[in-house]
Write a protein that binds this ligand. Structure first.
Ligand code: COA
Ligand code: NAP
Length: 279
């Protein structure tokens, strides 16, 4: 993995990193990057088989791994998960709040319970995790990382629940940076762009090759991101290189959100091309 070419392979040796929703996708990619640099890893999620398959991947990278089936909406389940991780691996140095849910639904068709489900998982789940891990993080003078999304700052069609939830997550991240700095705990967020091969892009991204090519061409760096792009940013933010960074949102999106929703930018580009202007 590329992090091993740029960071010491023992950077997180002796450290415990816990990732909520760490059984798949971006969160598993984050966990893998820490494991590649010597960390031991705790993960939780709702699906045991997913956690067990992630365990094998992380163990192959040399990590000791603790898995617990836990829904982030259930505070007591998180307390159990963090207790298990502590017993197996030692106190948590880095907590990554990554568990999230999403689907496309226009606001006028979204049920109140659909909105609530996403806010509960993304926002309450992030608070539950941070709160339940607080004593361990205080002990290690550790750090928090929140996985946000561009929807938090740029409105998207059919994403009212996700936008509201992730905006709350960003605000929570900054409040905890403010309140917990005195315990030596740093708190930062990462805003991933469209990440290749993930459940999120399966649910939200363009589904035919032509639409995907149009979407990709509107991204300034002209490609989707990878889970490692996000893992590398997480490693940096949790490392001593970021010792004075707290309350920050690191946007890792290839410039996707610079022109706003991206889709609008693309429409403008097409209109300009049709009028004979520059692409
Ligand atoms: N469109 C509209 N509403 C939807 C929906 C969809 N595609 N999927 C679920 N909902 C609604 C349900 O109808 C229900 O509302 P209701 O009681 O008024 O009918 C509500 O959301 C809760 O659904 P439920 O299936 O009980 O929620 P859950 O807690 O089991 O699952 C979800 C949470 C809905 C977010 C589910 O998609 C999930 O588990 N996602 C995790 C993976 C994921 O989203 N990955 C991408 C991360 S970016
Ligand atoms: P994913 O693979 O579906 O990741 C979500 C993970 O969270 C899953 O492992 C899921 O496992 C777990 N989870 C969901 N609900 C949970 C709950 N209530 N309690 C505990 N765990 C729960 O999707 P992804 O696309 O990689 O997304 C990962 C993160 O990146 C999310 O925070 C998402 O908002 C963010 N993000 C993604 C993109 C993208 O391009 N994909 C872009 C911006 C931001 P179980 O279902 O087994 O519980």
């Amino acid at each position: 993995m590329i992090v091993r070419e740029h960071f010491p392979s023992d950077l997180f040796s002796g450290k415990t990193v816990f990732v909520t929703g760490g059984g798949s996708g971006i969160n598993l990619g984050v966990a893998r990057n820490f494991a590649a640099l010597g960390a031991d890893v705790g993960i939780c999620g709702r699906t045991e088989s997913r956690l067990e398959s992630a365990r094998s991947e992380l163990e192959e990278l040399g990590a000791s791994v603790s898995t617990t089936v836990a829904d982030v909406r259930d505070y007591d389940a998180l307390v159990d998960a963090f207790d298990n991780a502590r017993e197996a691996l030692g106190p948590i140095d880095v907590l990554v709040c990554g568990a999230a849910g999403n689907f496309l639904a226009p606001a006028e068709e979204m049920s109140a319970n659909g909105f609530k489900a996403v806010v509960d998982i993304d926002l309450l789940g992030s608070f539950n995790a941070a709160r339940a891990a607080f004593e361990q993080l205080r002990e290690t003078r550790g750090c928090l990382l929140f996985i946000s999304a561009g929807q938090a700052s740029v409105p998207h069609i059919a994403q009212a629940h996700c936008g509201a939830a992730k905006a709350g997550v960003d605000n929570l991240m900054r409040n905890l940076a403010l309140e917990w700095g005195r315990y030596g705990i740093r708190s930062n967020g990462i805003v991933p762009g469209p990440i290749e091969g993930t459940e999120g892009m399966k649910r939200l991204g363009p589904d035919d090759p032509e639409a995907r090519a149009r979407f990709t061409s509107a991204i300034p760096l002209a490609r989707y991101g990878t889970v490692d792009d996000i893992g590398q940013a997480a490693v940096f933010l949790a490392s001593p290189l970021a010792a004075y960074v707290t309350g920050a949102l690191l946007v890792v999106d290839g410039g996707t959100y610079l022109p706003g929703s991206g889709l609008l930018a693309h429409r403008v580009q097409r209109a300009m091309a049709a009028a004979g202007g520059d692409e």
